[in-house]
Design a protein around this ligand. Structure first.
Ligand code: K7E
Ligand code: CUA
Length: 653
């Protein structure tokens, strides 16, 4: 245990705090409401300019928010069950949450990556990471549904994920926690053998085709913590940059032991080179067990397939794949500017922001300008790769985004502010307080080659006095700023869903006219679909009873069912016959131990119900669908096991 380092860390903060005058903004942070209100006001019936896809953190979901209004349009379940629409409860959707550990109903989603073509938003997909049980998900931006989830083997804490290459060739996911990998014997080792036995991994997931995410290759790396990453772009396309911490390789009390060194590393990876080695057959095929889950668009049924292999390259054995760039100090974010030339490190405990030059990096690699090796990987000289340092930016830099006009914006967690700086001159030109303790920040298009600019959103960790209090847990908060002028202007506070980490925003015009309005019935390939009112039926297969049910304003067919017996398992396969936008029907039955289910027009969803007592049970529609929604109901009779009530069903008799 090293008390000195706690003290040192404390001193660093104190000293730097003195320099910039305190850690918390003091002013109440209200704005000139007249001007600000008109800038965020979206009149009734009018649409927002941007879709903001926001991670939900510990709720495992994404939320869809309009900018500049801050209005929430949808909570989109990704890694967590969602009673509202039956995601993870309906028989069709349960396989989406299957993993090699079995069904996992929750996760922790930190980062959003929107698909790009030539480095620009293309409006096809949003990707998100599951931090806890490592997975990457794809959301289709025409249905706003999770359509694919891939588990990542040999990873533990999929935090440095997902990050997308310039044409969405790859989604990259690296392991926050290094762990022992390999067979049972290699994994069952004492924790204090970290240095010898623990490994990091970086997975390159081919992601350019829906339904076909697969790990093209996995790099095995020294045992460090990977925190965040960014792909190169334009001139640096073909490279990837990963922030690392705990290069001390501590396995206990990391708050002290992983803050020993002045510099950790940004690991630069030449993924085109790695790709060549894989093509040349240099990869090693190893056993692994991980799930790949896909939602079929026409049947609405998810399937889960277990994979059993992954191809690995140990970066130590391929000296021209990876290089370490020293970066002060415990870097969190690493970001690449729109030109692809500058790589920005954000050392959580550093008092400066280092900006590295891709051109200088290539030169340092070429001239072998090393200052040694780290676990077999060449370490480039800090000064040789550095373009320069932004001095006195504030305290606790975490993340950086860009406006496409030559400026970078960095979030400062400790000093609670966003700081605008000139990328060429490395000079701070403006700063604005956040309320309080900003984590990620986001500029629409900020990570792309063509930022859309205009706004900046800060996602704050602490809100304290900003909203009406709600017991011990307060709303997390976003703050919207206008960055179109010289000065950053605060426009709006709005509470968020869950705990947003990263978010991205894209112009509404890119996707709003591509929205799926309903599922055509003739394309519904669900095996239990019922495509017309006269096709409804009930089939008994031993103890299983399958109800082929329809819903249309404002009745279910059938709505009277008898002949169910205790011990039966009843599957309601409900097809919504509507062929019109915005007319879902719900289905719920008394005593069901799942959720309700919500069925989109043209789709079929299944709710499983195991009655536990004799009687007559009502079922009803849970989504207010017409003036006669409250009449949209039915009854099912359950008789004792062994009774001879015949199986009958009817509507209108
Ligand atoms: Cu900074 Cu998980 Cu991206 Cu939170 S991480 S803030
Ligand atoms: Cu259907 Cu209410």
């Amino acid at each position: 245990m090293n008390i000195h380092s706690i003290v040192r860390t404390g001193l660093l903060f104190t000293a730097a705090a003195a320099v910039i005058g305190g850690c918390k903004p003091k002013a109440p942070g209200s704005v000139d409401t007249g001007d600000a209100a008109s800038k965020v006001y979206v009149a009734p019936g009018k649409h927002d300019e941007f879709y903001n896809i926001v991670s939900g953190g510990f709720n495992g979901q994404m939320s869809v928010v309009g900018l500049p209004s801050g209005r929430v349009f949808k909570i989109l379940p990704v890694f967590s069950v969602h009673p509202e629409n039956g995601y993870g409860f309906s028989e069709e959707s349960k396989p989406m949450l299957n993993t090699s550990h079995g069904f996992v109903p929750w996760d922790d989603l930190h980062h959003i990556a929107l698909s790009v073509t030539n480095g620009e938003h293309d409006g096809r997909w949003a990707f998100g990471n599951a931090n806890n049980t490592p997975r990457v998900a794809r959301v289709d931006l025409t249905t706003f549904e999770t359509v694919e989830i891939l588990e990542i083997p040999n990873s533990a804490g999929n935090h440095s994920s997902p990050f997308v290459t310039a044409n969405t060739e790859y989604i990259v996911a690296s392991s926050r926690f290094s762990v022992p990998i390999g067979d049972d014997k290699s994994r069952d080792v004492p924790i204090n053998t970290y240095k010898e036995n623990f490994k990091g991994t970086v997975s390159f997931i081919r992601a350019d085709k829906e339904g076909d995410m697969h790990i093209a290759f996995q790099l095995v790396t020294p045992g460090v913590n990977f925190d965040l990453a960014r792909a190169g772009k334009n001139k640096s396309h073909g490279w990837f940059f990963f922030s690392t911490y705990n290069t001390e390789q501590a396995h206990t009390l990391l708050e002290v032991n992983a803050s020993q060194k002045d510099k950790d590393f940004i690991m630069a990876v030449n993924w085109k080179k790695a790709e060549e080695y894989i093509k040349a057959g240099k990869g090693k095929v190893v056993k692994a067990k991980y799930a790949h889950n896909v939602l079929d668009h026409n049947s609405g049924i998810a399937t889960s397939t277990m994979k059993d292999e992954v191809i690995q390259l140990d970066i130590k054995e391929f000296p021209d794949i990876a290089y370490m760039i020293p970066c002060p100090k415990s870097p969190h974010g690493t970001d690449v500017d729109p030109s692809g030339e500058y790589i920005i490190g954000s050392g959580k405990l550093a008092a400066i922001i280092p900006v590295f030059s891709f051109t200088k990096m290539l030169k340092a690699i070429e001239t072998k300008d090393h200052e040694g090796t780290y676990d077999g990987i060449p370490v480039l000289k800090y000064e040789s790769v550095l373009k320069g340092e932004v001095t006195k930016p504030g305290l606790g830099p975490l993340h950086t985004e860009f406006d496409g006009r030559g400026y970078a914006y960095t979030s400062m967690f400790v000093s609670s502010e966003v700081v605008k700086w000139d990328i060429e001159k490395l000079e701070v030109v403006d700063r604005a307080p956040t309320y309080y303790s900003v984590g990620h920040l986001m500029v629409p298009g900020g990570p792309t080659t063509k930022p859309h600019g205009k706004y900046l959103v800060a996602y704050n960790k602490i809100t304290k006095d900003r909203y009406l209090p709600t017991g011990p847990e307060l709303a997390h908060s976003a703050q919207l700023y206008d960055i179109s002028g010289d000065k950053i202007k605060l426009l709006l506070d709005f509470p968020t869903i869950g705990e947003p980490h990263y978010a991205e925003a894209l112009p509404a015009s890119l996707i709003k006219d591509k929205q799926v309005k309903f599922y055509p019935l003739e394309k519904n390939s669900h095996p239990f679909a019922t495509k017309s009112p006269d096709a409804t039926k009930i089939e008994r297969k031993g103890k299983e009873v399958h109800v082929y049910m329809t819903s249309i304003r404002s009745h279910f067919g059938p709505d009277n069912i008898e002949g169910i017996k205790l011990g039966d398992e009843v599957y309601f396969h409900v097809t919504n016959l509507e062929q019109d936008w915005d007319v879902p029907h719900g289905f719920a039955i008394k005593g069901a131990n799942t959720a309700e289910t919500l069925i989109m027009p043209g789709a079929t969803k299944t709710l499983k119900w195991v009655p536990d007592r004799v009687g007559v049970f009502p079922f009803y529609c849970t989504d207010f669908c017409s003036a006669l929604h409250q009449e949209m109901q039915g009854y099912i009779r359950v008789s004792p096991a062994g009774s001879n009530v015949p199986l009958t069903y009817s509507l209108g008799k």
